[in-house]
Design a protein around this ligand. Sequence first.
Ligand code: SF4
Length: 396
Amino acid sequence: MLETHPTVSRLLTAPAGTPRHRNQDELVGLAQQVRLLGRGGAGFPVATKLAAMPRGRAVQVLVNGSESEPASQKDRTLMRQAPHLVLDGALLVARALDTRHVTVLVHDPGATDALTRAVRERSDASRVRVVAHAGGFVSGEVRAAIRLVDGAPAVPPGRRVLPHESGVGGAPTFASNVETFAQLALLSSLGADGYAAIGSAAEPGTTLLTLVGDVSGPGVVEVPTGLPLAALLPGQDTDPRPVLIGGYHGSWVSDIRDLRVERPGLREAGLPLNAGVVARLSNDTCALAEVVAVSTWLAGQSAGQCGPCFFGLPAVARDAYALLHGRPSTADLDRRVAQLPGRGACAHPDGAAMFIRTALTTMTAEVEEHRRHGTCGRPWLQELPTGPAPAVRSAS
Ligand code: SF4
């Protein structure tokens, strides 16, 4: 079974089955009552997205299970362990929108197998397509995911067209992350009061996180929203270290004492939770080498069709590598990083800039050691994964 944080285990233990049918207005109302936010990157209000959808046989539902960030494991864990709950949510939305077109986009082979089996096991999923793909970080972006489903290169289109206007095959598409669909299934079964019986007032319920590095048991955890972040990071009060919130498009932060696992509060603090990766490095690894490795990986995760990705990210990665070996000043790197945001067709350069900028501002002692001596003396232990995702530790 999935190892969960002791405080809660609800989403992954929910009984699978067809949730109570809801029409579009009812589903929008429920999502509104519990302030449900999307569980992919943007954290967009689900009710708003659902209310904007037209209904009809041409409409498409896209379940985005790409999860292409190597540090994140929560979506593949959910799909492997509770594939029927994900399908419940997708079919619930499809019925509310009077359509039968459901596509699940998956990257992880184990999750693909689990979903394919689950589709075969049920009588209401004959029109569900499970599309497996080879991955790539940017392909997780919803517009890139739509292009991939349509057989085009998995890069976001230059124009910012919203999926509810033109998505899969050019049809209006309700697209969201796999966890969002599982949460909708649970919400429909429990009703708003039951769903909101745990979690914070601002974002009721639970959320899945992937804990990475020196944390209270690395892997996937399900926690009630509103949980103090420090509960997941023992020893942080006596040995404070930078904590990465929101994964490789997220932010490093030094002081987590007032932070809780809750998207609205974190966003207010300028710390998007994104897909829910929380990481802390041990004192044994070279923190700067970890950051440089991720920066280099980020630079390789685009088709280079926009300036900041074609020129900016590779130059940043080169500067960061040189800094690791004590060569240029941080001023060069800061200047280059400042030029990345706001100029790409998607948020990749902005997210990468946030990751690198906040690393430099929270790891000042490590940066200074490297600048002066060309090393900190610690080895690079690869605590932040940049290769193919490791096997899911907790899936049964
Ligand atoms: S900003 Fe970068 S990742 Fe995004 S579409 Fe342009 S080249 Fe691709």
